[in-house]
Design a protein around this ligand. Structure first.
Ligand code: BES
Ligand code: MN
Ligand code: ZN
Length: 497
C-alpha cells in the first residue's frame, strides 16, 4: 500500500469518509474538493439517517458523476478506543470491491493525529492476502497495490507521516509472520525456515543468524529438539537471531515454538482439523516477524530471537510414549505423550538462552488446546516467574489491543510435572485438568538462572494457541495466521517502560 499524507484537498479515486455516530452533514470546509453530486448524496443519506455512523457500519455511494465514496461508521465519539478506530480502518479494506479501484482518498474530518494514524494502521494490517498458491485469477479481485492519499491539516502532516511510516514498518513484520504461518507444511519445514532466516540476514547489516543443525543438536545433547524432530525426514534445527550483535547485553530474548507440522507423532491426533497444525510454528513466525519489525524501524539495541524448529511425525524413527530423553539442560524427561512436543523443543531453546547474555526471556507457543478452552480466541495466556515482566507484558498487550491474560504458575502444577517415577520431569500432567498450567509449569523447569546463579532469569510464557489463527473476532485479518504479538513485543522492547 502506497501512502501519501498531504493537505491536498482534491479527491482522487474513491473517497473514504470516517464518520462519528450522530455528527451532522459535512460543513463547507469539510467538503472542499468533493464533487457536488457526491456531496449531495452524502448529505442525503446522513439527513435521512440511512447512514448513522454506527460502529462497524459502512456504506458505499456511487454517483453517476463525481466518483464514489465509502462512509465508515466510528460509533460514538465519547466511546471511542484505539481498537475501534483500528478496526474501522480495517473494515474499509475488508469491504472494498474491485469497483472501488485502487486509488483511495481518506478524509480526516474530526480525527486527531493519533486517531487518523491508527485508522490507517488498521487499513495496512488488514491489507493482506495469502494468495501465493492461487494460480487462477479472480476477475472480481483487484490485486494491484492500493494507493492511499491521506488528507489532514498542515499541523498534523509531520506527526501523521511519521506514525504511519513506523506503523508500516511494523506491519511488514506482522505480514511476514502471517506469511510464515500460512505457508503450507510441505514447503515450510524446519530447514526451509532456517534458509529464509539466513537469506533475510544476508541483506541486512547488524543482523546475525546462526543455525544449530540436527547433527549439531545431536552432538550438543539437545535431546528435546532431537526427540521431537527425529521421526521426520525433514530434520529439526534451532535458529538463533541476533539483532545489533555489537551492542552490549543483557538483552531481551524471544523464543518461539516452531513445529512446522504437528501430527501428534506416535500419540497421533485425530483427523478433523489436523491441517490446522501447520500453524503450530506460529511462535517462531512471530519471532521472525518481530526481528523484521525491529530492523525495519531501526532499533539500535541488541535483541535475541530463538526459533525451535521441528516436524512432529510418526515413523519408524519417531520417539515413543515411554521414552526418556535427556534435554540440553541435563534434566531428563519421561515422554508420556508424543503430542506434548512443543514443551520439549522449548526446553532446549530456553536452556540455550542462558548462554546468550539475556535480560529477560519471553516464549511464544501454540502450546495447548486447553488454553483455547480457558480463554477462547480473545486473549493469549501468560505465565511468569517475574511480576514486573508480567505487568509490562500485560500492559503492552493492552496498548496494542492484543490481549495477554495472566494465568497461574502454581507450585502444585510444578509438583505434578516433577513427580515422574523414572525421570526428573514428565511431559504430561497427571490428568486433563489445568492442561495449559501444567504445560507452563513444565517449561519453568528449563528456565536458566541468571549471573548470580541463584535466581531464574525473568521469564514469561505466552500460550498463543487461541490467538495465532481462527479468531473470527480479529478484524485485522481475513483468515489464517494473525501475526499475533509482533506489535506487542515490538512495543514492549522499544518503549522502554
Ligand atoms: N499444538 C498442540 C496444541 C494445539 C492443539 C493448539 C489444538 C491449537 C489447537 C500441542 O502440541 C498439543 O498437541 N497439545 C496437547 C497437549 C496434551 C497432549 C498434553 C493438547 O493440547 O491436547
Ligand atoms: Mn502436539
Ligand atoms: Zn504442537
Amino acid at each position: 500500500m502506497r501512502i501519501n499524507v498531504n493537505q491536498n484537498e482534491n479527491v482522487n479515486g474513491t473517497l473514504i469518509l470516517p464518520f462519528w455516530q450522530g455528527s451532522g452533514t459535512l460543513s463547507d470546509e469539510e467538503s472542499t474538493g468533493i464533487h457536488r453530486a457526491l456531496k449531495k448524496q452524502i448529505d442525503t443519506v446522513i439527513e435521512d439517517q440511512d447512514f448513522k455512523g454506527k460502529l462497524g457500519s459502512t456504506m458505499t455511494l456511487r454517483g453517476t458523476e463525481g466518483g464514489k465514496a465509502i462512509l465508515v461508521g466510528l460509533g460514538k465519539k465519547d466511546e471511542s478506543s484505539t481498537e475501534k478506530m483500528r478496526n474501522a480502518g480495517a473494515s474499509v479494506i475488508s469491504m472494498r470491491k474491485a469497483s472501488h479501484g485502487t486509488e483511495l482518498s481518506l478524509r480526516s474530518n474530526d480525527l486527531s493525529a493519533d486517531e487518523l494514524s491508527i485508522f490507517v494502521e488498521g487499513m495496512m494490517l488488514r491489507n493482506y492476502d495469502y494468495d501465493e498458491y492461487i494460480t487462477v485469477t479472480d476477475e472480481d479481485k483487484d490485486d494491484s497495490e492500493i494507493s492511499l492519499e491521506v488528507t489532514c491539516s498542515e499541523e498534523m502532516i509531520e506527526s501523521v507521516t511519521h506514525s504511519i511510516q513506523r506503523m508500516k514498518q511494523i506491519t511488514s513484520g506482522v505480514h511476514l509472520a502471517r506469511d510464515l504461518g500460512n505457508c503450507p507444511p510441505n514447503d515450510l519445514y524446519p530447514m526451509a525456515y532456517a534458509q529464509k532466516a539466513l537469506d533475510w540476514a544476508k541483506n541486512h547489516d547488524h543482523v546475525n543468524v546462526n543455525i544449530i543443525t540436527y547433527e549439531e543438536a545431536l552432538s550438543q545433547g539437545m535431546g528435546g529438539l532431537v526427540g521431537v524432530g527425529m521421526g521426520s525426514e525433514r530434520k529439526p534445527c534451532m535458529v538463533i537471531f541476533e539483532i545489533n550483535p555489537n551492542q552490549p547485553g543483557p538483552s531481551p530474548c524471544i523464543i518461539g515454538k516452531g513445529i512446522t507440522f504437528d501430527t501428534g507423532g506416535i500419540s497421533i491426533k485425530p483427523s478433523p482439523k489436523m491441517d490446522e497444525m501447520k500453524y503450530d510454528m506460529h511462535g517462531s513466525a512471530t519471532v521472525f516477524g518481530l526481528m523484521k519489525a525491529l530492523v525495519e524501524t531501526g532499533w539500535g539495541e541488541r535483541v535475541i530471537g530463538i526459533a525451535c524448529m521441528a516436524e512432529n511425525m510418526p515413523s519408524a524413527n519417531a520417539q515413543r510414549p515411554g521414552d526418556v530423553i535427556k534435554t540440553y539442560s541435563g534434566k531428563t524427561v519421561e515422554v508420556l505423550n508424543t503430542d506434548a512436543e512443543g514443551r520439549l523443543v522449548l526446553a532446549d531453546g530456553l536452556w540455550k538462552s542462558g548462554e546468550l547474555n539475556v535480560e529477560y526471556i519471553i516464549d511464544l507457543a501454540t502450546l495447548t488446546g486447553a488454553v483455547v478452552v480457558a480463554l477462547g480466541h480473545e486473549a493469549s495466556g501468560m505465565w511468569t516467574n517475574d511480576e514486573t515482566l508480567g505487568n509490562r507484558l500485560h500492559q503492552a498487550g493492552k496498548d496494542c489491543d492484543e490481549l495477554i491474560w495472566p494465568m497461574p504458575l502454581l507450585p502444585q502444577f510444578e509438583k505434578e510435572m516433577t513427580d515422574s517415577k523414572i525421570a526428573d520431569v514428565r511431559n504430561l500432567g497427571a490428568g486433563r485438568a489445568g492442561g495449559s498450567n501444567t504445560a507452563a509449569a513444565f517449561l519453568k523447569q528449563f528456565v536458566p538462572n541468571g549471573h548470580d546463579g541463584e535466581k531464574q532469569i525473568p521469564w514469561a510464557h505466552l500460550d498463543i494457541a487461541g490467538t495465532a489463527w481462527g479468531a473470527s473476532s480479529n478484524k485485522l485479518v481475513n483468515h489464517g495466521a494473525t501475526g499475533i504479538h509482533v506489535r506487542t513485543l515490538h512495543h514492549l522492547i522499544t518503549n522502554g517502560n
